[in-house]
Ligand binder design. Structure first.
Ligand code: PMT
Length: 402
């Protein structure tokens, strides 16, 4: 998949904070995606990390002064501002934020900010008292009025030894904000519930029945929905994956817990996507003590779990909300089984997985799926990265919403 950022012109403004060293990693990651990154540093920023570091990582000349004699251009700020697709300021210090909020143009960075009409992402980083000070908060509020996107800093231990809000966010958070700024916000104002991962059905304090779902498909769906502007609630069974940035994540273990949490939340949802591999059955009883090894076999009474999606399909009201998307994990008769589940569960869309191929289904980074919508329109997709697969599924959902 061609990166969303490939060939995008990104102007990367850096002001003077200890967090400048983190910006070096961001510039490196952006350059790796094929983005054309031009760095502009304030004098203070160059005290922390030299401009040579950023020139090497970006592969481009770094700008530091308004009237650099060797620039060959006497209106550097206008040219740089005109050419960029996105303007990032990270770290943004209290001083730089104050300049931007008050329209100052006393260095190259603040002049560029005034001259640019590109989308602006501001990543504050400073001591927590400076951040929470009424003056800084008023300045940030004003930047929001100017339609700058402010990515709130993290809370934690700061370089100065204080603990609080003010730490520059990690690259994963920045990456999502940057990708989102290049993504159509066609899920804005939609609340989306996504289920992911396996469920685990315990039968004693040490053991459970489960399946091989890693959660990768569901987490990719959650990330891309968030990028497209949705409010995302991710209900996940046990996985080793970290919560996607900006997503509300609710962890569950068993199918009964997943059922309870989905039922608590679905009334507020516009779209429900069930990509979790929910166990159809569970042991009826959970032994209080670990079952001792001894006999050749053990008796487990297995009872059916509630079918969460089928229940939602039954409840779907006349307004057709929430829009329901199911997944079908199939090893044979894929299309027939998919159609049967679409009808039986009253769905708007079913995503049929092949779980037999070695690069598709459980645990893989890629997936091969076919989509069948409520009008029985079939769309066959090739083997794709789960991330790309998720994008196409959302494209289809957006069409069904219209
Ligand atoms: O997590 P990964 O490793 O990335 O793998 C992804 C995946 C293969 C798990 C995923 O893409 C997938 O196919 N998920 C659905 C697996 C499944 O449970 O399929 P099913 O055909 O048994 O169920 C059909 C639908 O009913 C599913 O949407 C399922 O979430 C839902 N269901 C099933 C049983 C149940 N008791 N309640 C349900 O809601």
């Amino acid at each position: 998949m061609k990166s969303l950022l490939a060939d995008k012109k990104i102007l990367f403004g850096i002001s003077g904070s200890i967090a400048v060293y983190k910006a070096a990693e961001w510039v490196r990651e952006l350059a790796k995606t094929g983005a054309d990154v031009t760095v502009v540093m304030t004098d203070a920023a160059t005290r922390f990390v030299s401009s040579l570091t950023f020139a090497t990582l970006s592969g481009n000349r770094v700008y530091t002064g308004m009237f650099e004699s060797d620039a060959g251009e006497n209106v550097t700020h206008i040219n740089l501002a005109r050419e960029c697709d996105l303007f990032i300021i990270a770290p943004a210090t209290a001083q730089t934020i104050a300049k931007l909020a008050n329209g100052f143009a006393d260095n190259l960075l603040s002049s560029l900010a005034l001259a640019s009409r590109a989308k602006m992402l501001v990543f504050p980083a400073m001591n927590s008292n400076m951040y929470s000070h009424a003056a800084t908060q008023a300045n940030l509020a004003r930047l929001k009025e100017y339609e700058y996107s402010i990515i709130e800093p993290d809370e934690g231990m700061l370089a100065c030894g204080d603990e609080g809000v003010g730490r520059l966010v990690e690259w994963g958070v920045a990456r999502e904000a940057i990708l989102s700024s290049f993504t159509p916000q066609d899920l804005e104002e939609q609340t989306v519930i996504i289920t992911a991962g396996p469920t685990c059905e315990p039968f004693d304090p040490a053991r459970h029945m489960s399946n091989r779902s890693s959660g990768k498909m569901g987490f990719a769906l959650a990330r891309s929905a968030k990028r497209r502007g949705a409010k995302v609630i991710l209900i996940s069974g046990p996985t080793s994956l970290g919560a996607p940035s900006g997503v509300e994540m609710i962890n569950v273990t068993s199918a009964l817990q997943m059922h309870e949490v989905v039922m608590e939340n679905y009334n507020n949802a516009d779209i429900v996507v069930m990509s979790a591999a929910v166990s159809d059955y569970r042991p009826e009883k959970i032994a209080e003590q670990k079952i001792k090894k001894g006999s050749d076999s053990i008796d487990l009474e297995i009872v059916p779990n509630p079918d969460i999606l089928k229940e939602l399909g039954k409840r779907k009201d006349k307004t057709k909300r929430p829009l329901l998307v199911g997944f079908a994990a199939e090893s044979s008769d894929h299309l027939e089984e998919g159609k049967r589940k679409l009808k039986e569960k009253n769905l708007d869309l079913i995503v049929i997985n092949d779980i037999i191929g070695k690069d598709t289904g459980f645990g893989t980074d890629t997936n091969q799926v076919n989509l069948i919508d409520r009008d029985y329109q079939l769309e066959k997709l090739p083997l794709l990265a789960k991330e790309e697969c998720a994008y196409i599924i959302w494209d289809k959902i957006v069409k069904l919403l219209q």
